[in-house]
Design a protein around this ligand. Sequence first.
Ligand code: PLP
Length: 398
Amino acid sequence: MSNQIQNIPIAKPWVGEAEAAAASRVIMSGWLTQGPEVAAFEQEFATYVGAKYACAVSNCTTALHLALLAVGVQPGDEVITVSHSYIATANSIRYCGATPVFVDIEPQTYNLNPLLIEAAITDLTRAILVVHQIGMPCDLKAILAIARQHSLPVIEDAACAIGSEILWEGQWEKIGQPHGDLACFSFHPRKVITTGDGGMITTNNPDWDQQFRLWRQHSMSVPDTVRHGAKQVIFESYPMLGYNYRMTDVQAAIGREQLKRLPEIVAQRRYLAERYHQTLADIPELKLPTEPAWARSNWQSYCIRLSARCDQRQVMQAMLDAGISTRRGIMCTHREPAYQQETWSCGIDRLNCQCKPGRCDRLIESEHAQDQAILLPLFHPMTEAQQDQVIRCLAEVV
Ligand SMILES: *Cc1c(COP(=O)(O)O)cnc(C)c1O
C-alpha cells in the first residue's frame, strides 16, 4: 500500500460547503431561475471586471452567439478568428450563418497574431473574434488599432480569462472591462470559477445589454420578475426571434460564492505556475510558457511545449500510467470533421486554396502547437506534493 499511486487530475474545481449552502438557499426560496440571484451575480461580476454591464446567460457559447448577433453578424458575413481554440469559438460564428476566417497564432502566447489580421480582411468581414487562450491576454492593443482603422467591432472570447489582467495606459486592468466591444466568459468546471455551466457577457453599451436581456428569454417584452410583482394584469409580447439562454438562480448563487473565492484562486494558480517555471526551467526538452510584459495570466492552464525529439502521445501515456492526467495542446478547429473545407476560410480565395483536410499551410503554428504542446495539471486544491510528483514524473519521462 505504501507505493499506491495517487491519481492527479488535469483540473478540479474549488467548491464546497459555501456553494452547497447557496444552492440550498435558492431551492428553499422557491424562485429557481433568472431571478434575484442572477441579478446580484451580474452586478458583482460587472464590479469585479470593471464593466458597466454584465448579462448572465446559459454558457459561454451562447454568450458568443449573442455577442456576434449584437454587432450585426449575418449569414454570408465573415468573422476573423483563430482555429487554435476550443471549437465553441468558431461554432458560434457558424450559428450566425457566417464563415470563420482563421488566422494563425503566435507560437509563444498561443494567441492570434495581430500581424496576420490585415491580409484576412475583405468586404465581407463583419467582426473580429479574439481569444484570451487558456487565460493569457491576447495583444488587444495591436488588434484594436487594426480593428478601429477598418471600423470592425472586436469581441473577446474570455471563456478562460476571468481574473487575467492587461496593462492598459499604465494601469493593470481586468480582462472583460471590456477593452474591445464585448467580452464573453464561461463558468464550466474546467474554467477558473464555475457554476456547473454558465456564461456572462460584459459591455459598456447599454443598448446591447438591453438586447441581450430580451434575446436570452425569447425576446419576451416583460420579464417574469416584473409580472410576478405587478398589481395589474400584464400581457407580454414577443417582438422578435429570441432564444432560451437563461442562467438559473441556483447557478448564479453558486457563482456569487465562487466570485468571493476568485482572488485566492488566481493568487494560488499564479503561485503554482511560478513553481512550475522554477522547477521545469532546467529540463532542456521543454519550452515553458511566457507572459508578455503587458499581460498577467490567471494560468487557467499551464501549457508546455515538447522538443521535436519527444513524442507527445508517448509522454502523455507515460504520465497517465503514473496516475497523472495531462491534455494535448489546444485543438485546431479546422482539422475537425465538422469543419469541412467549405465551412471556413484561411483568408485566401477558396478556389485557389491549397489546403488539404487537416493541413493548412497558413495555420502551421496552430497545428504545431496542437501537436507539440501538453497541458499539465493545475488547480486550486493541488498540493505542492502533488505538483512535485508531476514535475518528477515529467523529468523522468522526457
Ligand atoms: C470553454 C470555452 C468556450 C465554451 O464555453 P462554454 O461555457 O462551455 O460554452 C469557448 N471558448 C473558449 C476559448 C473556451 O475555452
